[in-house]
Design a protein around this ligand. Structure first.
Ligand SMILES: Nc1ncnc2c1ncn2[C@@H]1O[C@H](COP(=O)(O)OP(=O)(O)OP(=O)(O)O)[C@@H](O)[C@H]1O
Ligand SMILES: [Mg+2]
Length: 362
């Protein structure tokens, strides 16, 4: 029996461990919080900080292959371990995504269009860049942003004034793309082939993913081009394992927004809505099994459950409806805007969701 080590024990780690178990693969999760969601399912646990080299080494020693769901594992800890243990995704995709400036340079160098951008470090460089790329624009911290934290849309002079505190750390200013919609491309590569999950449309609310609709309703030609650019990107970068790319779409154009070398929130629908899911294919890659090409089962809607939606989600779970799959992550503390679970509605269109379900959530 093989063992997969997971750096990070949040909901992504939890779902990796659940799918590993279904494949007959053991898991060990490492997380700083003793009540991390993945610990409920993982076969073994290590409670330690992400920069605790000895603990990470212990995880590697006890695993046949190690992956990460936490994106900010420091290179000084992970790189030496990659040399001595089997961490098949390596540090490279983490390195390429940990800084938004490097991330966009890398995307451009490997075939994606990105919004215009420039590094900004102080008010002077911010104003000079605003002159060049014009408003509206988006100011983001280069590192550690998530769920819309560490970013601000600039539309007016007053917005610039208000955004200045962000410049306490290095930032990037990006052109604002007035997209028609957002999608994500979730791919798994094993060095020989790349499998790509069906592309869904992502709807954000207050900077946090709220809904995914499958299929995305993209024009066939644009979808084919996106998949081609994505697969070439994986190959050129030499990435192996899982990668999610968030993309803005307008008309027949698309722009790379950001990427993550881990399962992605927008891919949770695959657990029930596709013939194989993002967690399962990641585990199959990690243990050296051949990848399966995922197919969509039926039109699907995924609704994220934040703290404010938790009580309603529990009610929906109790209703036990067929094709309504409620996932609750078992986090010990519920807060508004904290991701507590998700619901996947298989065989549902966006119109049906709007008519029958949307009103149940705040
Ligand atoms: N350049 C841009 N033009 C238009 N909208 C943008 C731009 N950058 C970000 N946004 C909007 O803000 C959302 C969050 O931005 P981004 O993905 O860069 O940040 P994040 O905090 O890492 O988000 P998450 O963790 O939710 O993926 C995007 O999905 C998009 O809706
Ligand atoms: Mg994002």
């Amino acid at each position: 029996m093989k063992t997969v080590g997971i750096i990070g024990g949040g909901q992504l780690g939890l779902m990796i461990a659940q799918q590993a178990r279904l494949l007959g693969v053991r898991t060990i999760a490492l997380d700083p919080a003793a009540d991390a969601p993945a610990f409920a399912v993982a076969d073994e646990r290590i409670v330690a900080a992400y920069d605790d080299s000895a603990a990470l080494e212990e995880l590697c020693r006890r695993s046949d292959a190690v992956t990460y769901e936490f994106e900010n594992v420091p290179g000084r800890v992970l790189i030496p371990l990659c040399r001595r243990y089997n961490i098949p995704q390596g540090f490279r995709p983490l390195y390429d995504s940990q800084d938004r400036l490097r991330e966009k340079e890398n995307a451009r160098a490997n075939g994606f269009f990105t919004p215009e951008y420039a590094a900004v470090d102080d008010e002077r460089s911010l104003r000079a860049t605003v002159e060049r790329i014009a408003l509206p624009a988006v100011l983001k911290t280069r590192t550690l942003g998530y769920d819309g934290h560490g970013q601000q849309v600039l539309r007016t002079e007053a917005d610039i004034e208000r955004a200045l505190p962000l410049l306490a750390v290095p930032c990037i200013l990006e052109e604002f793309i007035a997209f028609d919609y957002e999608v994500s491309l979730v791919m798994v590569a094993d060095g020989e082939r790349v499998v790509t999950f069906p592309v869904g449309r992502n709807v954000h609310r207050d900077g946090i993913l709220d809904l995914c609709f499958l299929p995305a309703g993209m024009e066939d030609g644009v979808l084919a081009r996106l998949r081609q650019v994505g697969e070439r990107f994986m190959a050129q970068c030499g990435y192996r394992g899982i990668l999610a790319v968030e993309v803005f779409v307008r008309g027949d154009r698309f722009w790379f927004n950001e990427m993550a070398p881990r399962p992605h929130n927008s891919g949770h629908w695959t657990i029930e809505g596709a013939t194989t899911n993002q967690f399962r294919e990641l585990v199959r890659f990690l243990v050296g099994e051949p990848l399966e090409e995922p197919q969509i089962v039926a039109p699907t809607v995924m609704k994220n459950i934040l703290g404010q939606d938790l009580a309603e989600a529990e009610k929906i779970a109790a209703e036990r409806r067929p094709n309504v799959h409620v996932h609750l992550y078992g986090k010990s503390e519920s807060r508004p805007k904290r991701k507590m679970g998700h619901i996947t509605f298989v065989g549902m269109t966006p119109e049906e969701y709007a008519r029958d379900w949307a009103a149940r959530f705040v």
